[in-house]
Design a protein around this ligand. Sequence first.
Ligand code: ATP
Length: 305
Amino acid sequence: MTATVSITDAGKCYGKVEAVKHVSFTLNEGETVALVGHNGAGKTTLIKLMLGLIRPGRGSVRVLGEDPATGDFAVRQRLGYLPESVSFHMALTGRETLAFYARLKRVDIGEGNALFERVGLANEAVDRPVRTYSKGMRQRLGLAQALLGQPRILLLDEPTSGLDPALRRQFYDLITDLRSTGTTILLSSHALTELEDRADRVIIVNGGLKAADGTLEDLRRLARLPTRIGVTLADGKNAADLGASDATWRTTGDRTLEAAVQPENKIALLHQVTAHPAVITGLHVMEPSLDDVYAHFLAGQVKTP
Ligand SMILES: Nc1ncnc2c1ncn2[C@@H]1O[C@H](COP(=O)(O)OP(=O)(O)OP(=O)(O)O)[C@@H](O)[C@H]1O
């Protein structure tokens, strides 16, 4: 895997506030990484470090092999950024806005129409002033701006906040397309449920520290959170017919039972349960969610002053 971003032992203070403390991680080509943490955890500061908008007080930040704060402009051209709150000049049209950012980034605007199409901004809208845009349309324009110059790295801060479910789905389809072209995508978000199936890796930050870094599967394993297995019993059957000890099961409804098992025991229990097909009419397996994993890693962290 080729690393596109490497952060090593980075720290950043704003006056007395230590926003980022001894953080290290890498982002790789073609990888979609979720950066999650409470308000004030240090996510935006990490993004600003990667953009070269601020310098670390300690450690190093490398983007495409260079220090983004002093690196060649070409490196910044390959970075796309969607800030948490996109604010555009309200009097400019969508087309003028994109042309303005293209000039700033010194990239060709030739691809403008294709970009509008890609983010789903309707033809009739691109020549209207931004003040007439809905929140979703502004977010799409923000994304088109971030995609200018075919960035190799996309840093997206809360990209789906304020989008309705249909727009969110479209947004994630676009992310999937970009991932397949080798783009590194960092999504900073509080929307854990929607990141669950979309991020290859999750980095959890808390109080400026990295609390966890891994695939959801890795983090589940590390957290040792139980998997819940639910069954619906057939008429006239009871827990004893399942062949596991009664203590395994907790009654959750009229004919439904649930077991919470450690990861290493789940397959054995599933075998046991499915060995008696006439006993059950339904079965479902609930792995710990990203919400559960997140809560687990934050609970283990030292609170910062
Ligand atoms: N320019 C600044 N001056 C002073 N303190 C700052 C500045 N920017 C951020 N901070 C502080 O640094 C800490 C980290 O802030 P940061 O914006 O990186 O968090 P975040 O995880 O992005 O939060 P949110 O989810 O609310 O956007 C917070 O305590 C914040 O108040």
